[in-house]
Structure formats: structure tokens, C-alpha cells
Design a protein around this ligand. Structure first.
Ligand code: HEC
Ligand code: HEC
Length: 322
């Protein structure tokens, strides 16, 4: 494992493709700044910042925002993308964008005015498993952040938990290209020269209220609830919104929930995933608004109920004719 890592790190310096891990049983490769000697890995080495202590990002770090965002207990988030010179994102499949080898995506979380962690997703080679994901915890001075493979509970005196590297895959492995906020539906508004094809407009279907609910379920639930997601072995619920969806009726989120009986998790009072016009009898809403953390959805990445998300999904269910 260690030898392979080292081999990958060296191979990356010359030819990224040499380190693809398509053969079964091999581990994914590592980014070039991976510390194979076990020393601490710092965010300042990734190139996101021109001057990290002063908070100045590099001129080629491109900020972006997905249209539909993941609720993280009210944390403020910023996201950036860095591609190697001349490289472009393959957006040929509008729902599954692929980063080019050498690409880096960053997501910073702040709570109570403190920078807490910055997550990094790196494309390390051209193979289907050549991704590296990990979180960096900011120091007290906010002059740099160090890699924390095991995550941190209640980081920097807040109630924010930094996830371990193992946890990243529970959500990010649900997309073949690992990125969850970069796709046609998410409309990240990137400069045209970063994409292989012009970005196709992909407005979500339905009224603004329906769009908000379907977008919310896509960004907060669909990474686990889709055929390659971590929840699919338990339930065939599929909450994705796809660029081809021309009407709310065509969406998987509606087709796999509306008047569909619960498959796996039954409690008194809710037999249906969604019962049109009846939010109180719809398990989807019940599990989002459940105080018990063992029952609440999503099961990861949040400790507080999202009032705006609950309101959007409630309004959508009310609008569905019984
Ligand atoms: C609970 C599910 C979940 C977990 C766990 C999770 N992420 Fe994410 N992540 C998302 C979603 C959904 C998005 C896109 C929506 C957004 O950014 O609001 C995202 C966005 C990102 C982005 C911006 C690029 C993109 O995919 O849009 C990075 C970088 C990232 N995550 C890294 C990580 C790393 C590293 C870990 C583990 C330390 C991790 N994430 C754990 C769900 C998760
Ligand atoms: C980190 C992965 C993950 C995320 C994100 C997630 N879920 Fe789940 N969900 C699961 C797993 C695993 C199960 C099966 C076990 C259980 O029922 O607790 C499940 C089951 C369910 C069920 C029961 C389905 C059935 O037919 O039995 C519903 C309803 C549900 N989730 C709704 C949601 C909603 C709504 C969201 C977003 C607000 C969401 N989930 C986000 C992992 C996830």
C-alpha cells in the first residue's frame, strides 16, 4: 500500500495516467502533495491560496456555487475549482461531469465567524477510482489548515464535526465523477473556457416551489438515494433531478415516491413515501423533520433540522393532488 502510494506520487510527477487504478483490488492514487513519509499535510501546499495567512486565493482558483446546496447546520460555505493550465471539465454527460486529471475542488466551512475546515477533492489520474478526498482543519490563527484523516468532533469549539476521509465516500461515491455540485442541473456558472462543451441550460421543471423542493432533494438526498448511492442496497428510493426532466411527473424523485409504499422503514402513521396532499402521512417529510437522530434523514453531515428544506418539501407534497 505504502509502496504503491509512493509509486503513484512519483508517477504523477511525469505522467498522471500511469497511475490509474483500473485493475481490480488496487488503491486509488494520491495527489502530488501527498506526504508519503507520514509528515503533516498542509492546505498551503495545495495551491488554493496565493497567501494563505492573509486569506488571498490564487488567481487561478475559480469560485463557484451550486444552485441547490447541501444543508450543513447553517455553516457558511465557499467553493473553488482549480484546473491544470489548458485542461477542461468533460461535461459531455450533463448529469455526470468528469474532472480532468490534476483538477482540485475545495469547499470551506465557517461557523460563528471562524474558518473551521476546508475539504479537498482531487482528481489524481484518469482511472475511475483516481480521486483523493480529505478535510483540513484550520489552526487557531487561521494561518494554515492541516489534513485530519480521522475528522474532528466539535471542531474549534463549535458544534461542527469535520468528517473523516472514509466518510466522504458515503456521499461522494454516489456520483461516478465524485463531484456533487458541478452538473448541468446545479448550474455552477463556470467560465466557458473551463468546460469542453457550452453549458446547456437546465432549468428544473415545475413551479418555483416545486423546483425548490426537487432541487433540495437532489442536493441533500440523491447522493445516497440513487442506484450507485450508499442507501440503494437498502431502498430503491431515487431522489435525483436530471437535466432531461421536462416535467415534475418525469422526475425520479416524484416517480419513486408519489403514492409509493415504504419499502424498508415503517412506523405507525406513515405507510407511504409520499402521499399526495398529505405531508403528515409522507415518510419523506417525517424523516426530514424527526428529532431522533437515528431516524432523521440525512443520517450524516447534519445535526439540526433545516426549517427551509422542511418547508419546501412540505409545500411540494401539499401541491400534489391526492
Ligand atoms: C452528507 C454527504 C456528504 C459528505 C459526508 C461529504 N460531502 Fe462533500 N459535498 C456533498 C454535497 C451534496 C456537495 C455539493 C453541494 C454543496 O456543495 O452544497 C458536496 C460538495 C463538496 C465539494 C465541492 C465539489 C462538489 O462535489 O461539488 C468538495 C470539495 C467536497 N464536497 C469534499 C468533501 C470531502 C473531502 C468530504 C470528506 C472529508 C466530504 N465532501 C464529505 C455531500 C457530502
Ligand atoms: C448519507 C446517506 C443518506 C442521505 C444523504 C439520505 N439518506 Fe435516506 N436513507 C439512507 C439509508 C442508508 C436508508 C435505509 C435505512 C433507513 O431507512 O434508515 C435510507 C432510507 C430512507 C427512507 C426510507 C425509504 C423506504 O422506502 O424505506 C426515506 C423516506 C429517506 N431515506 C429519505 C431521505 C431524504 C428525504 C433525504 C434528504 C433530505 C435522505 N433520505 C438523505 C441514507 C441516506
Amino acid at each position: 500500500m505504502l509502496l504503491r502510494r509512493l509509486g503513484c506520487a512519483l508517477a504523477l510527477a511525469s505522467a498522471a495516467a500511469a497511475c490509474s487504478s483500473e485493475e481490480p483490488g488496487s488503491s486509488a492514487s494520491s495527489p502530488p502533495w501527498w506526504a508519503s513519509d507520514g509528515s503533516v499535510l498542509w492546505l498551503s501546499r495545495t495551491g488554493l491560496y496565493a497567501d494563505i495567512a492573509r486569506g488571498i486565493v490564487a488567481s487561478d482558483s475559480v469560485p463557484f456555487q451550486p444552485r441547490f446546496q447541501l444543508w450543513s447546520d447553517g455553516a457558511e460555505k465557499q467553493r473553488w475549482l482549480r484546473l491544470p493550465p489548458g485542461a477542461r471539465i468533460d461535461n459531455g454527460d450533463p448529469d455526470h461531469w468528469q474532472l480532468p486529471p490534476g483538477a482540485l475542488v475545495f469547499k470551506e466551512f465557517a461557523r460563528e465567524g471562524k474558518r473551521i475546515e476546508t475539504r479537498v477533492l482531487a482528481r489524481t489520474g484518469s482511472g475511475p477510482r483516481d480521486y483523493w478526498l480529505g478535510a483540513f482543519l484550520w489552526n487557531e490563527e487561521e494561518s494554515d489548515a492541516r489534513f485530519v484523516p480521522d475528522g474532528v468532533q466539535d471542531a474549534r469549539g463549535t458544534s461542527h464535526d469535520v468528517p473523516s476521509s472514509k466518510r466522504c465516500g458515503t456521499c461522494h461515491d454516489g456520483a461516478p465523477g465524485r463531484v456533487l455540485g458541478l452538473s448541468a442541473v446545479q448550474q455552477p456558472q463556470l467560465p466557458a473556457e473551463l468546460l469542453r462543451r457550452p453549458a446547456a441550460p437546465s432549468p428544473a421543471p415545475g413551479t418555483p416551489e416545486t423546483q425548490a423542493a426537487l432541487g433540495y432533494l437532489h442536493a441533500n438526498c440523491a447522493h445516497c438515494h440513487n442506484p450507485r448511492g450508499s442507501a440503494f442496497p437498502d431502498t430503491d428510493l431515487d431522489l435525483r433531478l436530471l437535466s432531461r426532466d421536462v416535467s415534475p411527473e418525469a422526475t425520479l424523485a416524484q416517480r419513486t415516491t408519489l403514492q409509493v409504499p415504504l419499502q424498508f422503514f415503517r412506523r405507525r402513521g406513515a405507510r407511504w413515501r409520499v402521499l399526495g396532499g398529505a405531508p403528515e402521512q409522507s415518510a419523506l417529510l417525517q424523516r426530514m423533520s424527526q428529532p431522533d437522530p437515528l431516524i432523521r434523514m440525512p443520517p450524516l453531515g447534519t445535526e439540526r433540522i433545516d426549517p427551509a428544506g422542511v418547508a419546501a418539501v412540505r409545500a411540494w407534497i401539499e401541491s400534489l393532488a391526492p
